[in-house]
Design a protein around this ligand. Structure first.
Ligand code: UDP
Ligand code: MG
Length: 353
């Protein structure tokens, strides 16, 4: 039987110091696993010598390859680029900073061979995150699961293995506001967690900051549920009902006990409260409208500047050939098939179950 092929996808942003270390540690871990393997670094617009380090590594071992994006598109899109470049082979996604211990990969592969399509690393503790972050992250995922009726497991992130068909399923999702954790859960398939302990970042610092986290959370909710839009209709109904009841009370008081019109403070408070509520509802409408606008523009998710050790795609400089068709009518399927380099095509055919 042909050996399975596993592609390790590593998004990298300014990780020049991490690359040589990965080059040393990954073969030690992957070699004993009885699989063919290759690594695709997705250089997400690094400004340091990351790409140079990858080139050096590629010269010594051709299994280390890279797709270099034309600018920083963000980790979520870098992962999408990697999944598309892997063209249907099983993929393991991990960070470059060695917080995802490469030693866990062997249990990923064992679980995959047992028949799981998605094997995710599950952080045992979040001690590397601050207490405030931990508090909000936990509440956020609870709320998200409640709103979306999804089941994002606690402590699961991008560190995971996806089987060839899970990779294909991910590649059919064309939305540009990508919330990967939600997407992994949306595509379904049999999944299982493998616990691991988060290491300390080997070099550099985390790229996340409060602003990015808030954006990420809003992207997550808006790309998976329209409940925030519906809440306003419910609130409108509730407020109208209260106003109606109150007007009946005022009317009957006036008719029964004569004219009595106090209530200036009540008036001001309610005017302010309801104009606030209207502005919030407009803001939420705007959030969705903005996202609809982003999606209808149908820009490619990313632009590839360069590939290292991977055969060039037909229109690689434009990045379009990387994309699955956004609408099946626009790019006929055979064009996509032809755009795949023949060596990889035959390989992916072999490993597809
Ligand atoms: N990363 C990326 N693009 C970005 C930010 C991060 O490709 O815009 C990569 C980064 O190089 C690392 C991984 O994503 O390999 C995780 O980043 P980081 O360690 O900053 O995130 P954390 O571990 O704090 O969640
Ligand atoms: Mg990290």
């Amino acid at each position: 039987m042909a050996r399975e092929h596993v592609t390790v996808l590593i998004p990298v942003l300014d990780e020049e110091r991490a690359i040589p270390e990965l080059g040393r540690r990954l073969p030690d871990v992957l070699e004993p696993l009885d699989v063919d393997w290759s690594v695709i670094f997705i250089d997400d617009g690094s400004r340091d010598e990351t790409l140079g380090a990858i080139r050096t590594l590629n010269e010594t071992d051709g299994r280390f390859t890279a797709v270099s994006l034309s600018r920083n598109f963000g980790k979520e899109i870098a992962i999408a680029a990697g999944l598309r470049a892997a063209q249907g082979s099983a993929c393991i996604i991990m960070d470059a900073d060695l917080q995802h211990p490469p030693e866990v990969l062997s249990s990923f592969i064992t679980r995959w061979r047992e028949g799981y399509d998605i094997v995710y690393g599950q952080r045992l503790d979040r001690r590397t995150d601050g207490p405030v972050y931990r508090f909000f992250a936990k509440r956020f995922y609870r709320l998200f699961n409640f709103l979306v009726h999804s089941d994002i497991p606690e402590g699961a992130g991008d560190f995971r293995l996806l089987s060839p068909r899970a990779v294909k399923a991910m590649n059919t999702l064309t939305e540009s506001a990508r919330f990967n954790k939600g997407l992994y859960s949306w595509i379904g398939f049999k999944s299982i967690g493998v616990p691991y302990t988060v290491g300390d970042r080997a070099h550099g610092t985390s790229r996340w900051n409060l602003r990015k986290l808030i954006h990420y959370a809003i992207d997550g909710v808006t790309s998976f549920t329209t409940l925030p839009l519906r809440v306003w209709s419910l609130l409108g109904v509730a407020i109208s009902t209260i106003a109606l009841i109150y007007s009946i009370i005022v009317l009957s008081r006036t008719l029964l006990f004569g004219v009595d019109t106090p209530g200036f403070p009540t008036l001001i408070i309610s005017v302010m409260f309801f104009s606030g509520a209207q502005l919030i509802s407009l803001g939420i409408l705007g959030e969705y409208l903005g996202r609809v606008y982003e999606e209808v523009k149908a820009r490619p998710l990313y632009i590839v500047a360069e590939r290292v050790g991977l055969e060039p795609e037909d229109e690689a400089t434009l990045g379009h050939s990387e994309l699955m068709p956004r609408k099946s009518t626009r790019v006929p399927a055979p064009t996509i098939a032809r755009a795949m380099p023949s060596r990889r095509r035959s390989r992916s055919r072999r490993i597809t179950p």
